[in-house]
Design a protein around this ligand. Structure first.
Ligand SMILES: [Ca+2]
Ligand SMILES: [Ca+2]
Ligand SMILES: [Ca+2]
Length: 179
């Protein structure tokens, strides 16, 4: 049985569509995702063609291909809003099993950009830089850190961050980590 995705989830996906439609032409194409990846890389002080910038771009490109395949359009798209909402809605409502393969590479790419000391997890200072890069305030950030750090280790792992991105899209969490 397929559960309909809730209103909050639909709204958040619709907002995501607007953000990801980088050239604002009302459809998503691979080039929109390449632009978004480049913008995020720059926000973390990396060039888009650095190793970390390329990792993120590859994650975004892979995500586009997943969504395009789900929507039944070609690998180059385009994906219109209705197609995106349907395809991404399925990805969200399927839970971690469908969400993680699609959003995992993107989240990993952002974690790599944010993980300045290279220990594989995100500490307080790195998280503050992350929030700054996506334009979130420090106060929201402190509360968010506690909510995302589900094992209370004092650092955020890739799994915790990916789960937070997923719970944002189901409406269970209010921190928008993807900007
Ligand atoms: Ca576009
Ligand atoms: Ca770190
Ligand atoms: Ca943790």
């Amino acid at each position: 049985m397929t559960m309909a995705v809730g209103n909050v989830a639909q709204e958040r996906l619709s907002k995501r569509f607007d953000k990801w439609d980088a050239n604002g032409d009302g459809v998503l194409e691979p080039s929109d995702f390449v632009t978004e990846a480049a913008n995020i890389a720059r926000a973390f002080g990396e060039t888009p063609d650095s190793a970390k910038g390329e990792q993120l771009r590859d994650g975004f490109t892979a995500m586009f291909q997943h969504l395009a395949a789900k929507a039944g359009v070609g690998a180059q798209g385009p994906l219109d809003r209705a197609q995106f909402l349907r395809a991404a809605g399925e990805v969200v409502e399927g839970g971690a099993a469908t969400f993680n393969p699609v959003l995992g590479p993107v989240t990993r790419g952002i974690v790599a950009l944010a993980d300045k000391n290279g220990d594989g997890v995100i500490d307080d200072a790195e998280f503050a830089t992350w929030l700054n890069a996506i334009g979130l305030g420090e106060e929201e950030g402190r509360a968010a850190f506690q909510q995302i750090d589900t094992d209370k280790s004092g650092t955020l792992s890739e799994d915790e961050l990916l789960d937070a991105v997923r719970r944002f899209h189901t409406g269970e969490l209010d921190v928008e980590l993807l900007g």
